[in-house]
Design a protein around this ligand. Structure first.
Ligand code: LIP
Length: 262
């Protein structure tokens, strides 16, 4: 298994999938259904784009496993599993906000975010033609630029966060914002976890935290952050997951981790 080979395949498929998503956006978005809550929508494009990604992966690497937001999980015979969010930032996509992305990661080992090893990751924002990519031990890149997380400054940190679809969780999420605010120069809520993580890797954000993410929301973005010299975690000492996801440069990570889990 060659991480660079997996990255090339992920990039090629993400570009094709992103173009399809962008085209469907121009043609008009149709809501196919709601999921965990009325606000948790899935569009016909989410499903169509995931089906395209899955078909291309099966053509190129039929023995690999798959875990996708819209079509679920299938174990493979090989040690590689693809973790896919076809349109991350679906609500932005539906509202016509050009801040959404195709997120594709290749992981090895048990297809479980508590155990897997990310080998390659791509986050592609087709509306602004930005493709963030990383392969294990080969750094994180945007075009020809090698990415590096930001260093903390006295002005405070520019921190992003997000809120789940279940209204019952909002009070707790807002309380966490109140607790973190003393560390911040300002807050951002842009609506796509994969791009929040990519922006931390690129130093466009100093830090990010969110409760309630699914594996496909963070699989590729987390590798971008660690390959850019940052830290990604969740519960104290743990990995990113439903309970919590935190990403930042080492110093800010420690401060966020302490504040959120005190
Ligand atoms: C979204 C995440 C975002 C979170 C939303 C939702 P989706 O993923 O990217 O960070 O705040 O609640 O989970 O549903 O657009 O794939």
């Amino acid at each position: 298994m060659d991480a660079d080979e997996l990255l090339q395949l992920a990039e090629q498929i993400a570009r094709e999938a992103g173009e399809l998503a962008r085209r469907r956006r121009d043609e008009g978005v149709r809501i196919a259904a709601t999921k965990s809550a009325l606000a948790d929508i899935v569009t016909e494009a989410d499903r169509e784009v995931e089906a395209l990604i899955r078909a291309r992966l099966t053509e190129a690497r039929p023995a690999d496993g798959f875990l996708g937001e819209e079509s679920g999980a299938e174990r493979g015979e090989s040690d590689v599993t693809w973790v896919v969010d076809p349109i991350d930032g679906t609500v932005n996509y539906a509202y016509g906000i050009p801040h959404y992305a195709v997120s594709i990661a290749a992981v090895t080992g048990e297809p479980d975010p508590e155990q897997w090893t990310a080998q390659a990751g791509v986050v592609f924002a087709p509306a602004i033609a930005e493709l963030f990519r990383a392969a294990r031990e080969s750094g994180a890149w945007l075009g020809a630029d090698r990415l590096a997380v930001s260093q903390a400054t006295d002005a405070g940190a520019l921190i992003a966060t997000g809120f789940g679809y279940d209204p019952a969780t909002h009070a707790g999420d807002l309380e966490r914002v109140r607790i973190v605010m003393p560390l911040a120069r300002d807050l951002r809520r842009a609506g796509a976890a994969s791009l929040d993580l990519a922006y931390v890797a690129a130093g466009r954000l100093d830090g990010y935290f969110e409760r309630g993410l699914h594996p496909w929301d963070h699989a590729a973005g987390a590798l971008l952050v660690t390959e850019a010299g940052g830290r990604v975690g969740g519960a104290p000492g743990g990995r990113p997951g439903r309970q919590m996801t935190i990403a930042a440069g080492p110093d800010l990570y420690a401060a966020l981790d302490t504040a959120i889990h005190r």
